[in-house]
Design a protein around this ligand. Sequence first.
Ligand code: CDP
Ligand code: MG
Length: 202
Amino acid sequence: MNTHFKHEQTLVVIKPDGIQRSLIGEVIQRYERVGLKLVAIKMVVPTEEFIEKHYTLDPEWRRITGEKSIKGFKDKGLTPPTEDPLELTGLLLGKLKKYMTSGPVIAMVWQGAHSVAIVRKITGGTEPLTSPVGTIRGDYVLDSYQMSESDIRSVRNIIHASGSVAEAKNEIVHWFTKDEIIDYKIVQEQIMYDVNLDGIFG
Ligand code: CDP
Ligand code: MG
């Protein structure tokens, strides 16, 4: 059983705006330089059905996302478009399907210790406006809940990244077949994971 921390995997999708902004290399570099290992990658144009399935793999996603968005408005002293989290995600899903099928996306699986949490930290929060400097969503894009709501579209935030280990497991099998994920070693893993740093001196 591959139970060591180093086997944790997470799904990252560079969304259509990330591709259009020529940020593919930049994004990959961010995850690569922290020490994560790229184990699967492909460019696809998703269908609306595929995107709806992706976002509703977790039956709780509708409620959690609705509540989070409503809080995002209220934290800024703004009135949310509705007080009902499920109504909000219903509207959101329609806009997400349009956004995510508007062009090619790049789907990837990244592997390494705490990969889910590490990738979310590097990616930043859902709303670019309030995403910290240093994160991908904080550094490369300027969208907000308020602007996307007023323009009746999704928040454009460059990346999708799995929100939990359970979400990652479901999402990876949704996007990739088993044989598209490559089991291989990179030499620097020794320096990150080996218990004894043997073999450095000649
Ligand atoms: O992507 P993340 O896990 O950070 O956020 P989510 O709550 O799972 O929502 C999925 C995606 O829906 C976001 O990345 C945004 O693109 C979009 N969204 C939106 O357009 N408006 C909202 N109020 C919330 C999310
Ligand atoms: Mg999410």
